[in-house]
Design a protein around this ligand. Structure first.
Ligand code: INI
Length: 156
């Protein structure tokens, strides 16, 4: 007998999705947000079922994600930001905290959260990952959010 395989579909119909986006490195994060919104609507999520929360920087993303998760009405969240390595250790702290913070929200709320926070050495590298269509980490993250929300339903 064949093994039973479970994969979440990419059908976002009827889903409610929260998007948290950091303003820091705005050129990059606006492109990530555009990609995420394009992916969500392309995969069937209704515009009125999407909430976008803007926060100052990546460090603030987990706070907003936790609040959205606590609301209990979203099928998945998408977190977007761009942490670019500078001359100071600040990068390491911010990158570590946003990663840890989002991970904890996933564990605490058992909610799929796609990690669309770029961590790069330069703004150029970040812009490359925030390009049009599928080269856009925001787009990819939104698709991941839908797949994981569907998978979560299958897993029960
Ligand atoms: N926030 C970012 O989103 N990306 C960065 O690259 C960044 N750097 O390098 O400093 C950054 N800092 C701001 C931080 O996220 C907070 O908004 C700030 O520390 C206030 O809490």
């Amino acid at each position: 007998m064949a093994a039973r395989e479970l994969t979440g579909s990419l059908d976002g119909t009827g889903m409610r999705v929260g998007v948290v986006v950091a303003r820091f490195n705005r050129t990059v994060t606006e492109a990530l947000l555009a990609g995420a919104l394009e992916a969500l609507t392309h995969h069937g999520v209704a515009t009125e079922d999407i909430v976008v929360v803007h926060v100052p920087g990546a460090f603030e993303v987990p706070f907003a994600a936790r609040r959205l998760a606590g609301a209990g009405v979203y099928d998945a969240l998408v977190c977007l930001g761009a942490v670019v390595r500078g001359e100071t250790p600040h990068f390491e702290y911010i990158a570590a905290e946003v990663t840890r913070g989002i991970g904890r929200v996933v564990e605490d709320h058992r909610l799929p959260i796609a990690f669309g926070v770029l961590t790069t050495d330069s703004i150029e590298q970040a812009l490359e990952r925030a390009g049009a269509g599928h080269g856009n980490k925001g787009y990819e993250s939104a698709v991941t959010a839908i797949e994981m929300a569907r998978l979560g339903r299958l897993l029960g």
